[in-house]
Write a protein that binds this ligand. Structure first.
Ligand code: OAD
Length: 248
């Protein structure tokens, strides 16, 4: 992996680091990226048709069952060497934030403690009316339908951001701050297609951060970053952390 002396110097001397991650971060944990072909009985559905408030309104049971299927897929996944490398990097840094579009909890399970989940988390449910966490949900009256909120009887929904919905504002502001404060920003495993999340690397670039992209494929960001490492998260990140520890 070719990294010139100036970039290495900036990596070693960085006080504040932000890692901006997308579905490619979890690909080597066996979690299908968002745009991967759906499998099994879900092959006839386009995620963009299921991950919307309108789809949930129309058929809560179908959307609930799709998320149960994804929960079971993700539940079987383990953090990969890339997730673990980011947790190691955090232990070497004064300030290290993960800003993720992923909803799979793998960064937390790898050991990072500052994880800003822009698109929510698959493992949490909220009342679809009050959007608050629910204790003791009421079991569904129909098999396969979502449980109901004990307060208002509305169906539960996964605590994830659907197409057309706003990002959680506090998390979004914290993510912007992390990008504004970063000396180094890593953009890892994201196609950079979905706004506003995709603007995070630009915020860092505008204030002079060193931005490095890690992705086997080029993206709209590739020509603008200081360094593009064409490889997978589970290969490149451990090599970067090894380089850092050698220089410490
Ligand atoms: P995508 O599926 O759009 O992009 C995944 C990126 O990861 C691609 O650029 C791949 O080249 C790259 N990739 C694949 N394997 C990789 C690996 N092993 N290591 C590193 N990179 C790898 O996923 P996202 O960019 O995360 O939003 O998509 C962003 C958002 O689009 C998702 O959060 C979701 C979707 O709409 C919502 O659900 C609101």
């Amino acid at each position: 992996m070719e990294i010139d002396a100036t970039v290495t110097e900036r990596l070693v001397s960085a006080r504040s680091v932000a890692a901006f991650t997308g579905a490619g971060m979890s690909a080597e944990s066996g979690v299908p990226t968002f745009r991967d072909a759906q499998t099994g009985l879900w092959q006839h559905y386009d995620p963009a048709d299921l991950a919307t408030p309108e789809a949930f309104q129309r058929d809560p049971a179908l959307v609930w069952q799709w998320y149960s299927w994804r929960r079971q897929l993700v539940g079987a996944a383990e953090p990969n060497a890339g997730h673990l490398a980011l947790a190691d990097w955090a232990s070497l840094s004064e300030s290290f934030s993960v800003v993720t579009q992923n909803v799979d909890s793998l960064h937390q399970r790898a050991g990072n403690d500052i994880v800003l989940e822009l698109h929510g988390n698959l493992h949490r449910d909220v009342c679809s009316h009050e959007l608050t966490p629910v204790r003791d949900p009421v079991p569904p009256d129909v098999e396969g339908a979502p449980p109901r909120c004990p307060q208002c009887a509305a169906p539960l929904r996964p605590d994830v951001v659907w197409f057309g919905e706003m990002l959680p504002q506090k998390t979004w502001q914290a993510a912007l701050q992390a990008a504004a404060d970063a000396d180094v920003l890593l953009s890892i495993g994201t196609s950079g297609l979905v706004q506003p999340a995709a603007s995070i690397p630009e915020v860092a670039m505008q204030q002079g951060a060193l931005v490095i992209e890690i992705n086997p494929e080029p993206t709209p960001l590739s020509d603008a970053v200081a360094l593009r490492l064409a490889g997978s998260a589970a290969e490149v990140l451990p090599a970067l952390v090894r380089r850092l520890t050698e220089r410490r």
